[in-house]
Design a protein around this ligand. Sequence first.
Ligand SMILES: Cc1ncc(COP(=O)(O)O)c(C=O)c1O
Length: 357
Amino acid sequence: MVNKRDLSPASFIGVAKKGLISFGSGQPDLPPPDAVYQILPEYRDFKYGLIQGLTTLRVALAKQYPGSGKDDFVVTNGASEALDLSLRVLASLNTKLPKKVLLAQPYYYSYPHLIQFSGLEPVYLQTTRGRIDLDDFRDKAKQCCAVLINSPSNPTGRVESVETLKEIEKITAKLGIYVLSDEVYKELIYVRDNYLLSGPHVVTINSFSKTYAMCGFRIGYLWSRDKTFVERVIAMKTHSSMNTNILGQEMALEATKVPRQFIAGQLKIWEQRRDLLYQGLFELGLDVWKPEGAFYMLPKIDRPRDFVWDMYTKHKVITYLGDWFGAPGSVRFSYALDVEKIDEGMRRLREYLSGRK
Ligand SMILES: Cc1ncc(COP(=O)(O)O)c(C=O)c1O
C-alpha cells in the first residue's frame, strides 16, 4: 500500500478488490466484439511478424483513412508505443527546429514523460476551460518542432472545434512543423463526427484500446503521409520492440470487420453514463464541464490529494489526482464503469463530502 504523498497512477492501475468502485483507470469495462475471440480455437502462428505490422491489418486500416495506403501505417504496441516512437524519431531528425513539443495543459499524464524520455522538452499551452487558446498556440508553436494534439481530450473530455483544428493545420503547415494527433477517442464523440487532422507533416495516432475495448491486447498504430518519418519509425521499432504481438493484430483485424453499429451502440452507453455522472457531480455543486467526448470528467475539488486518499482508504473509491494531468485543484473521474457502480460511487461521494470539514 502506498502512502498519501507518493500516490501515482501506478498506485491504482490494475487494482481490483471486492467492493471497490473505480473511477480511476481509462479502460472500457464493456467487452470487445465477440468476433475478436472467434479466431482463437484455430490460431496456431507463433513466429516473428513484419515490423511494420500485419499486411492484412494495414490494408484494412487504409480503407478507414481516405487517400492512404498500407505502407503509410505502422502497427504498434498500443498508441503508447506509437507516441513513444514518434517522439524519439522527432528527436532524432536533423533539423534546425527547436527540440521542443507543444501540448495543451491539462494533458494525458504520459505526454510530458514521453517527451522528456525522448530528449525533447515540453512547452505548455494555455487552455480556457479546456479549450486551446489559438493566440497562445500561434506564439508558442514558433518555438517548437512539433505539436501534440489530443481531441477528444483525456482528461477534460473536450473536443476542439473544427475551426480550431483547421487553424492548427494552417499554422503548423506554414511553420513546417510536425503535428502528432492522438485520436484514440475519435469514435467517442457525443457532439459531432471526428475531424481528422491532415497534412504532409501530420502523424495520426490511434488504438484499438478504447474503441474496441481491447486495451490489454496492446494494439495501436500510427499513420502518416510522410514516408521518411514512417521509415524512421520502422527502423527504430526494428531495434526496440520488433513486431507488435501477432495474435493481438489478428484480433484487431477481426475488429475492423465488425459493423459500425457496434461503435454506435457503445457510444450510446458512454453517453448515458456521462449524463448520469455529470448530473451527480453537478447536483453536488462541483464545478465540472460536460464532456463532449472520451469518458472522463475533471471537477474542481478542494484539497484534491486528501480527497483521493480519503475516498480510497475510507470509502473504497478510486479517483485520479488532477496534478498527474497538469490540472492542480482537480480530480479526474473516468466513467468506464456500469451505471449501478456509478450510482454507488456517487452515494459514497455524497457521504464523504457531507462529512468533510
Ligand atoms: C490520450 C491517450 N493516448 C494514448 C493512450 C494509450 O493508449 P494505448 O492503450 O493504446 O497504449 C491513452 C490511454 O489512456 C490515452 O488516454
